[in-house]
Design a protein around this ligand. Structure first.
Ligand SMILES: C[S@@+](CC[C@H](N)C(=O)[O-])C[C@H]1O[C@@H](n2cnc3c(N)ncnc32)[C@H](O)[C@@H]1O
Length: 381
């Protein structure tokens, strides 16, 4: 933390540091940086902004590149994040000594608040209400939480903007709590957000506890979609009994916009007793047989440009690694689909992986078991 002092927080070095433009040496730079005291954020930021960055630009390097290069150098005492924060601090507040609050306020504002307008508002509030630094931090934290809640209520669920979707707690509105294999409904909600459009007709052939139906019914964003759920052992009247392996998917050809497939773990996670006497080829053949039928049905019922998502993960069966996501991609490609999405679904910490996978050893090769499913999405041509 920078000192809570309005006076200068001095370090050994100041803006008088000289770096020779002709000989831009990373070693010299590391030495210069290391001569700064670790709590001398503003001077360090000034050095980076005034001296190092112009030199880096002359050499055709990006700012981030230089900071990463320096922070990766052996012996440097500043991690990348700290250099970045110092640079930000000085860039936003080169005039910090003339400002009315203690420096620590500006350091927090520079590193925690992106927009200039919001930083100015916080500065004014801190002055008017005579905040302590704890008050400022609490306010920034509370506002960030409120913004996240706003996002959630805007869409009605926790939207994920990147391709790793982890949800520690399944949203209680979707699916049944004690249903084995229930998917957190937030995963289905995000899938519908990204892969469906208003008015779409959605089919879930492995509906389980009815998570997909609950998402469509409960989340206002999806109320305009229609959904049909099937399962071989339906748990509610909203789900129609159907065994996909026996009778396919009972929908008209070219009638469906989106299919959500969450097949049972047994399709890929073979347990030891089931594997007994079954070679790797037989396991793969069993998988291919099942999934070829499923892919054929998806191809038949989907409209042109219709999409299908599947929850699947690699597995160790009969002591060998099988990349089921890649196998399934091969089958959809063969059927004329193109892949349009890939999202990682790490298991919750409270959730063990399915089946009896452990670290397995086969002919001296160690195989780590999977703790991350994938949500793969394909589009019919
Ligand atoms: C992983 S669970 C689906 C969980 C669901 N997504 C949820 O959140 O509740 C797989 C479901 O597939 C069903 N199932 C297994 N084999 C089936 C088959 N051949 N045809 C249709 N459903 C099947 C199981 O009964 C189980 O409910």
């Amino acid at each position: 933390m920078p000192q809570k002092s309005k006076g200068r927080v001095s370090g050994k070095k100041s803006a008088s540091v000289r770096v020779d433009a002709k000989a831009f040496s990373i070693l010299d730079l590391v030495k210069e940086l290391n001569s700064f005291s670790v709590d001398n954020y503003w001077d360090l930021g000034k050095f980076l902004v005034d001296k190092v960055m112009p030199l880096a630009r002359k050499q055709g390097m990006f700012e981030e590149q230089v900071l990463k290069m320096v922070s990766n150098h052996p012996g440097i005492k500043f991690p990348f994040s700290m250099l970045k924060q110092c640079q930000q601090y000085y860039s936003y507040y080169p005039d910090v000594k003339k400002r009315p609050l203690a420096e620590v306020f500006y350091f927090d504002l520079a590193t925690k608040v992106d927009e200039t307008k919001r930083r100015d508002q916080y500065e004014k509030m801190a002055l008017d209400s005579r905040w302590t630094i704890t008050d400022l931090r609490k306010k920034i934290h509370d506002d960030n939480m409120a913004r996240r809640m706003d996002e959630r209520t805007k869409y009605g669920f926790d939207l994920r903007e990147r391709n790793v979707w982890t949800f520690e707690t399944p949203d209680p509105r979707f699916g049944r709590p004690n249903f084995k294999g229930r998917l957190p409904g937030q995963i289905v909600a995000n899938a519908l957000f990204y892969y469906t459009k208003p008015g779409d007709y959605i089919v879930d052939p492995f509906a389980g506890s009815g998570t997909t139906g609950d998402v469509v019914e409960t989340v206002p964003t999806f109320n305009d979609r229609k959904v049909k759920m099937y399962d071989s052992e339906p748990v509610s009247e909203k789900i129609t009994r159907n065994n996909i392996l026996h009778t396919g998917i009972p929908e008209q050809s070219d009638s469906v916009d989106y299919i959500f497939l969450d097949p049972p773990a047994e399709y890929t996670q073979k347990d030891a007793s089931a594997d007994f006497g079954m070679g790797i080829d037989a396991v793969k053949a069993d998988f291919t047989l099942k999934f070829k039928g499923i892919v054929r049905e998806c191809t038949r019922i989907l409209k042109s440009n219709g999409r299908v998502s599947i929850v699947i993960e690699p597995s160790i069966a009969v002591g060998e690694f099988i990349d089921f996501p890649s196998e399934v991609t091969g089958l959809f490609r063969e059927a004329g689909f193109k892949q349009v999405g890939k999202v990682y679904l790490p298991r919750r910490s409270s959730e063990g992986s399915k089946g009896t996978q452990t670290v397995d050893e086969m002919r001296g090769i160690r195989l780590a078991s999977s703790d991350c499913r994938e949500l793969l999405t394909y589009q019919k041509n």
